[in-house]
Design a protein around this ligand. Structure first.
Ligand code: SF4
Length: 227
């Protein structure tokens, strides 16, 4: 679900960089205004609403993706989420009834095992949160899922690696996601995107993860210098 920035012109890359920096500056201000751990994690909802608004604005401007409810071709792609998004999703999962929660955790384990096994990953297990063709965590799904779209569903059906997208939508949404991520990093939070299944499984299995992350610890990539 990531856009290949090497395909942007120099002018488009420069514009994206400026947008990312503007979002980062505004996000740092907001995060500093409300630095308590709950608000810091909830801030990511503001970012997600921003991505939703980008999608709506582009639709009003005439962009017509082929995506329909129940269509889930893109839900077998690798998804990377911001740590704050992972914690929001883990909270939702922990509120499920025992049987439903156990089902999600089982599917997360299958996905994590597949991600570490090149042969298995070739078969691309669908997202652990996809149930009967629908996203079971739709209200808290990550920003990258919110911006994912296709202008030609036939390419999705054919499993094409080259899905036509609306460039304006992609760039505006990516500016929000990358700007917010950079703001978290600037304030000392681990910010690198984490593979969704691995991140949520870790957050569910370690009750100290959220508090340690809020304290500036590296939770998802303990030995990573770039996080
Ligand atoms: S989180 Fe939801 S929208 Fe995103 S890949 Fe999984 S099922 Fe699809």
């Amino acid at each position: 679900m990531a856009h290949d920035e090497t395909r942007l012109s120099a002018a488009e890359q420069a514009a994206l960089l400026r947008s990312v920096q503007n979002v980062q500056t505004a996000a740092v201000r907001q995060l500093r205004d409300q630095p308590d751990p709950v608000s810091v994690i909830r801030f990511v909802c503001t970012v997600q609403r921003g991505v939703d608004k980008v999608v709506q604005d582009r639709a009003q401007g005439g962009v017509k993706p082929d995506c329909r409810s129940g269509c889930s071709h893109c839900c077998s792609a690798r998804v990377e989420a911001m740590p704050a998004e992972v914690f929001q999703i883990a909270r939702e999962v922990s509120r499920l009834a025992d049987a439903a929660r156990a089902g999600v955790i089982g599917r997360l384990r299958v996905q994590v095992a597949a991600a570490g096994d090149a042969l298995l990953w070739k078969h691309r297990p669908v997202c652990a949160f996809l149930e009967a063709g629908l996203c079971s965590i739709y209200p808290v799904r990550p920003g990258v899922c919110r911006k994912a779209h296709s202008l030609d569903v036939r390419r999705c059906e054919a499993g094409s690696a080259d899905i036509p997208e609306d460039l304006g939508l992609v760039l505006d949404a990516e500016a929000l996601i990358k700007g917010a991520s950079s703001a978290y990093a600037q304030l000392g939070f681990e910010a690198r995107g984490v593979e969704l299944a691995r991140g949520v499984l870790l957050a569910l299995s370690d009750p100290t993860a959220e508090a340690r992350w809020s304290n500036g610890e590296r939770v998802f990539f303990p030995r990573d210098d770039t996080a």
